[in-house]
Design a protein. Sequence first.
Length: 652
Amino acid sequence: MPSKPISPIVIQEIRPMIDCGRFRAKAIVGDRPIVSADIFRDGTSELAAIIRHRRAGGRWAEAPMTHIGNDRWEGSFPVDRIGRHEYSIQAWTDRFATWRRDLIKKSDAGQDVSLELQEGALLIEQRIEKAAARDKKRMTGAVASLRAPATKRRPADKPDRRVIAALDPKLAEVMARNPDRSDAASSPALGLMVDRERARFGAWYEMFPRSTGAKGKHGTFKTAASELRRIADMGFDVVYLPPIHPIGRLYRKGKNNTAQATAGDIGSPWAIGSKEGGHDAIHPDLGTIDDFDAFVARADRLGLEIALDFAIQCAPDHPWVTEHPDWFVQRPDGSIQYAENPPKKYQDIYPVNFDTTDREGLWNELRRVLEYWISHGVKIFRVDNPHTKAFPFWEWVIGELTAKDPELIFLAEAFTRPKVMQQLAKLGFTQSYTYFTWRNSKWELTEYLTELSRTEMADYFRPNFFANTPDILHEYLQAGGPPAFKIRLLLAALLSPTYGIYSGFELFENVPVQEGSEEYLNSEKYELKHRGYAKGKNLVPFITKLNDIRRKHSSLSELTNLTFHEVDKDNVIAFSKGAPGAETILAIINLNPFTWEEATVHLDLHALGVSEGQSFEVHDLLSDTRYVWNGPNSYVRLDPAVEPAHVFRVGT
């Protein structure tokens, strides 16, 4: 027999709970995170449950939970400050509610309930001493009413005044505020990271500052600053910069990743470090740290944030190679192991060895580098290939930095195995790259987005859908022409709260280095790219309109409110997003960039907030046309040469 009584209450299957509470779930400031669990006990007694919650280190507050069926309970609580929070569930036997339920049954059956009323008086009396002052008077009065003698010769059709007093709803409210929690059970405290809105919602634009100069000239932060207005006018929120550090000269790659550089080749920004400095230095051709500060300030005035690439790798002439050779893998012949992804070889890059015996020195130096850029106004970091670095390092460094500054955002650029990508998100990465680029058919998109929005992943994994990157030019964009760019942009911007494009997307750049490759011909990774953004046909007006739609309709800032609607053609996809207090957006997109498609969409009217038999208006926000629909079935015809999609605001 246990030395202490064990609570009969069972609390299990809590959500969100990441890996049995090992990691924190995620939320956005202003949210009301929903917490649910299976809660039950032996017998037939009624239960009560609450969520206990607080900002880490603060005072506990309580929020009610409601039984929603099959022993499942649910509740929510507010989070109005960014940073670390925690929550737990507490449940107990609600003896007063159980007594009240049974009293109703016996009274309705015409039974004598005099003894039950005395039992109820005792239950109330036991709570008076610890009750809130405002409740004691009502509780004392109730005890007196329940103990009053029965009315003599009461007509059969006249209710017992004692029962009326016992079943007073206000008394039930008072007793709920002053419960007997003597057999309460509590779950362990679980962690929650509450981030600012940009962690979930935003439009990213990737640009190389070095390509912003006059034709043939190396750009600077001053010339790059002149591009910020153009980017802001398109409605982007974040400008992501590839590495801005000195580029190594040893084993420098030439144009199109050729093994031998020629005079004038500027090398890859990811080959970081030279005699001019390493990860805390700026490429001298870009300017000075003061120029960078001015660039960040200019972005801020335009409502833009700067995201900086954090790539933990070095060129052979990086200062660390000579100062800390033990931070790299030494081969038997004394050489340092360069990066490889057979058949590709990256002789210009030395990976850092996280198994070094000087782990403390390496970790502290990497943290120092991040702190340096944070001190210069950088709040967002896009981390290059984090899956090839030590998991414990990411948990430590992100935890250390966000504890001091919870506004920081870390994006994991990891295109690898699913469980590895998920683990990085659990360890603390705020956002994650995804497989979106390789999900092009309706079934692929539906299956993948259902996983992201409907499974446990939604509690900790925030996707960032990049339509293209300097490394990824998908065959769909290579072959589909301008309609393909529109289609992929629509899918990225409307399916995911956060999405991004790499510069040149708006100009329909789509030529690979060779057939079957996803690398760009004349890749900007190895040479300057002079673009005439103001000339010729481009996607700028469409991007601007789409970003405006995203900002005006808050339902597009969420992921878990996504619903797919059935369509009778494989090349047409339909989905909607709705949220309380926000207008519902319904997108119907032709996935075939080559020709028109017609289809019948079978709408989930409940997801659209429309009643059966109710007429409703749909307003196409792309073409500014309006239609009145009635019923769940609607015909569409979409020509990608004209417009590949409808983006409807649904009204009733």
